[in-house]
Write a protein that binds this ligand. Structure first.
Ligand SMILES: O=C1NC[C@H](CO)[C@@H](O)[C@@H]1O
Length: 441
């Protein structure tokens, strides 16, 4: 028996000699409510790194030395699942990132792309592959900070962009973004974008994206919503069909990789658990996502997170439990793929304290680990967001073209939610949670 065990151990250690049927491809798979990777459950505590492809772009826009140094720092901390923006649209938004990966569409409504920025994504994926990291890539944005759906709507209606940073009308903006789901020409261009990215061959390592196990999954968009909470219900059928059809299209191009929507959960589904379930029941969606934004959702105060921290935490933990219960019911893994909290006193200063934030992260991680230990469908999380060495020197803390990137996109003060490389206490919490999640059987 000992010799047989030893021999089996040796055989298993040899690549390609795993037991029949065991997948050693390096691709993340779904088995019921669990991710599997090379024959073992895959659980993680990762980060949002929306600007990763921008950092990989040739110097002048990017900063490849910073990228390599910060990927090393994240990998050393065990933070090796990164959620990244894979497409941005040239826009007229006051607070849209510039430059954009996609410029104005061609005369036949075909996509026109900035090859230098696509090469930035190549560099990012190659550097992540070298560090055995996993990427979750989103291909659009419900919000304005990368152009996104509202820019498509402007391109194909001829109307000027509906800019919430000019009008302050966020409900009107959300309804305008949701028009995207039902404009055929917009969907045609979006399919062109999806095909361009997924069928791309990495210019650094020659690997086809769809054959690269570094890519764990493709997300339809960042935080796609049916529309505004008050007026979005009539859009829901088009939204649901868009999820089903687009997820099916992505799967047809990338059958080895996973597909998720990028949803916030019920708060991004007209505040209705049932609509979230209906929209995500399609077999074309491999796993669920939900986000947690207590200060954006007014459960905790932006300018003083300590004031209502305990009640806000209670509401946050209930939101987490509800979404894990939904994933159990749908028999799909779920990932808390965004969560964040302000610095003490609502400061943006990297030197300010983060007592409330550390309490929040610690409580969230304890709940995720507890539910994962119990065998529930929670498979991982990605905090929002890695800010690394990015710092602003602007008196208004707002990003301008050419500035260093932080975890806060251009529409928000630089330092609002970023976890900077100097935030050692919070980074330690993430690192400890990452190791605890990885050690679960
Ligand atoms: O996807 C997102 N969710 C919340 C972040 C912080 O407000 C925001 O920057 C981003 O648009």
């Amino acid at each position: 028996a000992v010799w047989r065990a030893l021999l089996l151990g040796v055989l298993l250690a040899l690549p390609g000699l795993a037991p029949a049927g065991e997948d050693r491809s390096g691709f993340v798979r779904v088995e019921g409510t669990r991710f599997m990777l090379d024959g073992k459950p895959y659980r993680f505590a990762g980060a949002n790194f929306w600007y990763g492809a921008y950092l990989g772009t040739a110097d002048g826009i990017g900063d490849r030395e910073r990228l390599r140094a910060e990927l090393d720092q994240l990998k050393a901390a065990g933070i090796d699942n990164l959620r990244v923006l894979a497409m941005s649209e040239a826009s007229g938004f006051k607070r849209g990132v510039d430059p954009a990966i996609m410029t104005v569409p061609g005369p036949l409504h075909e996509g026109v792309f900035d090859e230098a920025l696509l090469q930035g994504l190549d560099v990012l994926l190659d550097e992540m592959a070298r560090r055995d990291m996993k990427a979750v890539l989103y291909l659009n944005n419900f919000w304005q900070w990368s152009g996104g759906m509202s820019q498509y709507v402007s391109w194909f209606t001829g109307e000027p962009v509906f800019d919430p940073d000019e009008t302050g009308d966020w409900n009107g903006f959300m309804q305008n973004s949701a028009r995207f789901y039902a404009i055929p020409e917009a969907q045609k261009l979006y399919r062109d974008v999806i095909r361009t990215v997924i069928t791309r061959r990495n210019s650094v390592n020659g690997r086809a994206y769809a054959d690269d196990p570094t890519v764990m999954s493709w997300q339809l968009a960042n935080e796609p919503r049916p529309g505004s909470d008050a007026d979005g219900h009539p859009n829901f059928p088009a939204y649901r069909q868009w999820i089903h059809d687009t997820a099916g299209y992505i799967r047809s191009l990338a059958p080895k990789q996973l597909v998720s929507t990028g949803s916030e959960g019920a708060m991004g589904s007209l505040r209705d658990d049932d609509l979230y379930i209906i929209a995500h029941a399609t077999p074309n969606v491999d796993y669920l996502t939900f986000h947690l934004w207590p200060s954006n959702w007014s459960w905790i105060d932006h300018d003083d997170p300590a004031a209502r921290l305990e009640s806000g935490l209670e509401t946050s933990l209930a939101y987490i439990d509800r979404h894990i219960d939904i994933a159990n019911k749908l028999d799909k893994p779920t990932v808390l793929s965004e969560f964040g909290l302000n610095r003490d006193g609502g400061s943006y200063d990297p030197a300010s304290t983060v007592t409330a934030r550390d309490r929040f992260y610690r409580a969230i991680f304890a709940r995720l680990l507890e539910r994962a230990r119990a065998g529930d469908a929670i498979a991982g999380s990605n905090f929002w967001a890695w800010g690394g060495r990015g710092r602003t020197t602007n008196p208004d803390f707002m990003w301008k073209t050419g500035d260093p990137f932080t975890g806060d996109p251009p529409q928000e003060p630089q330092g609002l939610f970023s976890l900077f490389d100097s935030d050692a206490s919070t980074l330690q919490l993430v690192s400890e949670h990452a190791r605890a999640m990885e050690m679960l059987d």
